[in-house]
Design a protein around this ligand. Structure first.
Ligand code: CA2
Length: 150
């Protein structure tokens, strides 16, 4: 019997479309397109299918998370600033109950106090923070391992 490929949704939150153009000291020189290419080539190696979206709007992100129900197997998300503010995104992840990995480019625990709290972490399998673009690769790897072993 052939195994069905895993479908994973990758979501990038607000302002991440500016990557590589502003604040390279904090967020690095890689563009969002560059990160997406890294993810697509890892997905190929791992044999999983990725859909990738970015939005600056909380409601759009909530709609995308709701759309994962019975379509996607896992969610890799950098909620960006909504990490620290969004009960709506947290509730959407909890409602669809999709295995979720939260990633951050910067180490949010080393930065301003308001970035230390994540509304998303309690509804995620885990959080990877501080490794730049590599956070996304580590996150995808961890999510796929989780989905294949549980
Ligand atoms: O480190 C991360 O990945 C963050 O999720 C990035 C968010 C920040 O609010 C979180 O605390 C940590 C900010 C994303 C903004 O991205 C920019 C990229 C280039 C220039 C300006 C902002």
């Amino acid at each position: 019997m052939t195994q069905q490929s895993l479908n994973i949704l990758v979501l990038h939150g607000p302002n991440l479309n500016l990557l590589g153009q502003r604040e390279p000291g904090i967020y690095g020189l890689k563009t969002l397109g560059g990160i997406n290419q890294l993810l697509q080539s890892l997905a190929e190696e791992l044999g999983v299918d990725l859909s990738i979206e970015q939005s600056n709007h909380e409601g759009v992100l909530v709609d995308l998370i709701q759309s994962t129900f019975e379509v996607f197997d896992g969610l890799l998300i950098n909620p960006a600033a909504y990490t620290h503010t969004s009960v709506a995104i947290r509730d959407a992840i909890a409602a669809v109950a999709i295995p979720t990995v939260e990633v951050h480019l910067s180490n949010i625990h080393q930065r301003e106090a308001f970035r230390h709290h994540s509304y998303i972490a309690p509804v995620a399998i885990g959080q990877i923070s501080g490794f730049g673009a590599e956070s996304y690769r580590l996150g995808l790897q961890a999510l796929v391992t989780h989905l294949r072993t549980t």
